[in-house]
Design a protein around this ligand. Structure first.
Ligand code: KIV
Length: 314
């Protein structure tokens, strides 16, 4: 079932020999019955050598939450992958945080391929999903397939993400027909920001919520391996997650989903202005980096650097 894991089955006593098949299959991956199943499963998934769409689906079935973060360059992707993240998203948010654009619309397919190929070179374990940029898949399924093939071939990505539901179903089906894993993205889809006019929570009204429910089922039926849902009410996030058998990853969609995704610059506190309620910052790197640079400037100006003393941190 999961080719990257150890094949050794260890059954040490009578009780374990009578363990139902379902649990024996878990034992296949992690032999210590003294640890609660949930914990065993978590550590089992940490040992997975390569995260695949099958692993992600199994994580949903086992109720092990999926961690997902963005990365856009080699050095950051290396750290994020080494830390054990399950999915790395080369998001078109690169347009904001890497290039300084106000929206995600200006980023091009060539630029996404540049970012994605840098990330893929760093990654050993994570599943790497790349956003198809605005204008590369809406309206023309053949163009969508060409764009997705470029991302897979030139960047070495493992899958692509597209924003939208029924309105892009032909593009999704065409990409899937080439054997390319597709992730959907519903709710607040930033490529449609000029239609929405604002970044506030989506699907609060019945009609939009119903459409989102239908779109999620459609994406599953088409064969998507997962869905990102962004900025929708937590109750709807949970309902949609329960309604499909593919993993649903939330951002600002509450805790009832199968996993969480954040933009790495937000988590690290590199972006200062972006302060949505759902965000948890784990560092204040903006201030830390600024302080380090200020110290360096001071040392250069005062000729304290270079000198024979070596300053080591950590
Ligand atoms: O581009 C991106 O970073 C995204 C996430 C916010 C889900 O799509």
């Amino acid at each position: 079932m999961m080719p990257f894991l150890s094949k050794k089955i260890v059954l040490t006593n009578e009780k374990e020999a009578q363990t139902p098949l379902k649990f024996k299959q878990k034992e296949y991956f992690c032999p210590n019955f003294n640890i609660p199943l949930k914990k065993r499963l978590m550590s089992t998934y940490k040992e997975v050598k390569r995260v695949t769409t099958h692993v992600l689906k199994a994580m949903k079935q086992d109720n092990v939450k999926i961690s997902m973060l963005t990365a856009y360059d080699y050095s950051m992707a290396r750290i994020v992958d080494d830390a054990g993240i399950d999915i790395i998203l080369v998001g078109d948010s690169a347009s904001n945080v890497m290039a300084g654009h106000e929206t995600t619309l200006p980023i091009t397919l060539d630029q996404m391929i540049y970012h994605a190929s840098s990330v893929v070179r760093a990654v050993k374990r994570s599943f790497v999903v790349v956003d198809l940029p605005f204008g590369s898949y809406q309206g023309d399924p053949k163009a969508a397939l060409r764009a997705a093939i470029r991302i897979m071939k030139e960047a070495g990505a493992h899958g692509v993400k597209l924003e939208g539901g029924v309105e892009i179903k032909d593009s999704i089906a065409r990409i899937l027909s080439a054997g390319i894993p597709v992730m959907g993205h519903l709710g607040l889809t930033p490529q449609s920001i000029y239609k929405f006019g604002t970044y506030v929570v989506r699907a609060k009204e019945q009609e939009e919520a119903d459409q989102l429910r239908k779109d999620a089922k459609l994406l599953e039926k088409l064969g998507c391996f997962g869905i990102v849902i962004e900025k929708i009410p937590a109750s709807l996030g949970e309902e949609v997650t329960k309604s499909v058998n593919i993993p649903v990853i939330g951002i600002g969609a509450g805790g009832g989903v199968d996993g969480q995704v954040l933009v790495i610059h937000d988590l690290l506190g590199i972006t200062k202005e972006f302060q949505p309620r759902f965000l948890r910052r784990y560092l204040d790197l903006y201030e830390d980096i600024k302080g380090a640079v200020q110290n360096y400037i001071e040392d250069v100006k005062s000729q304290d650097f270079p000198n024979k003393a070596v300053l080591r941190i950590g």
